[in-house]
Design a protein around this ligand. Structure first.
Ligand code: R1P
Length: 292
């Protein structure tokens, strides 16, 4: 039995931060950083049965072309992702009455629809990119027992050496079937989704090599992380994907992160119409989800 101090359930049987009751969550979930992106997605649903919010977590659950979908905002960063993933898992895999883990576990399908910056000249602003692998340049996995393959350990070691950080970055892949599904371009698709490897950073400025008034501690950060390590090359950076993939691997959920590239950090360009880039990604994602 999980004590009430460890898994907090609100008096109305909803989970502590997400404020959701188990029946209010769909098995297919779209996650977004920006709370305002939730209605931008649910406006296309055929019906909406649930609208709940607490803090930065806004949830709309509804039907889209016969499929039940929840869309949830998380705010920024892997610390929020840890809260979200643990609570989503508890909603489906813990019996709230007995406070025991269920015998038959449910695996959720979780799709991040987010924004990102390119690390390669040829990945232009406006591109859509599915993260095949993600590298976590944050310390979240210092607190969990995440297993790393030999290859993952080698890449992590090399990134650590190149950047001289004091911890081991972690590397996790997306669900292979979801990568294939979301990057398979049918003749009817007007948009193309490319595959990439995403760096997840614990901040937007120095942790992504940006200098405003403070000089980053790591000199030439982008040069140190964007070069090839054997056949592995980082293509873009943002702030959540590796946290999703690691928590998904630990908890047994199917994960993919889809990115609208808003900036190119090498050519120093930023989108002239970010909302339009995000809208294109939303349309692409909803169409692909309806045929999952
Ligand atoms: C930074 O501006 C935020 O945008 C990106 C980053 O990961 C970070 O959360 O994603 P979202 O647009 O999904 O929030």
């Amino acid at each position: 039995m999980i004590p009430s101090s460890e898994l907090v359930i609100n008096p109305d049987n909803s989970i502590y931060h997400l404020n959701l009751q188990p029946h209010q969550l769909a098995d297919t979930i779209i996650t977004v950083g920006d709370p305002e992106r939730v209605p931008s997605i649910s406006q296309f649903f055929d019906s909406i049965e649930v609208k709940i919010h607490k803090r930065e977590f806004i949830t709309h659950t509804g039907m889209y072309k016969g499929k039940r979908i929840s869309v949830i905002s998380t705010g920024m960063g892997t610390d929020n992702v840890e809260v979200l993933m643990t609570e989503l898992d508890a909603l489906v895999n813990v019996d709230f009455k007995t406070r025991k883990i269920k015998e038959k576990l449910t695996s959720l399908t979780i799709i991040r629809v987010g924004t990102s910056g390119s690390l390669q000249e040829d990945i232009k602003v406006g591109s859509l990119l599915a993260s095949q692998n993600a590298v976590g340049m944050d310390t979240l996995m210092q607190f969990y027992r995440l297993e790393q393959s030999q290859k993952e350990q080698e890449i992590s070691q090399q990134i650590k050496e190149n950047t001289q950080v004091d911890f081991n970055p972690y590397i996790v892949s997306a669900d292979e079937n979801l990568v294939n599904h979301f990057t398979k371009n049918d003749a009817s698709d007007s948009l193309k989704m490319i595959k990439g490897n995403t760096l997840t950073c614990p901040g937007f400025y120095a942790p992504q090599g940006r200098e405003v008034r403070l000089k980053p501690k790591i000199d030439n950060y982008l040069d140190k992380i964007r070069n090839k390590i054997d056949d592995f090359q980082l293509t873009n950076m943002e702030m959540e994907t590796a946290g999703y993939y690691a928590m998904g691997r630990l908890l047994g959920h199917k994960m993919i992160s889809l990115n609208a590239i808003l900036a190119n950090r090498i050519t120093h360009q930023f989108s002239e119409n970010p909302q339009e880039e995000v809208n294109r990604l939303i349309h692409y994602t909803l169409e692909k989800i309806s045929s999952l």
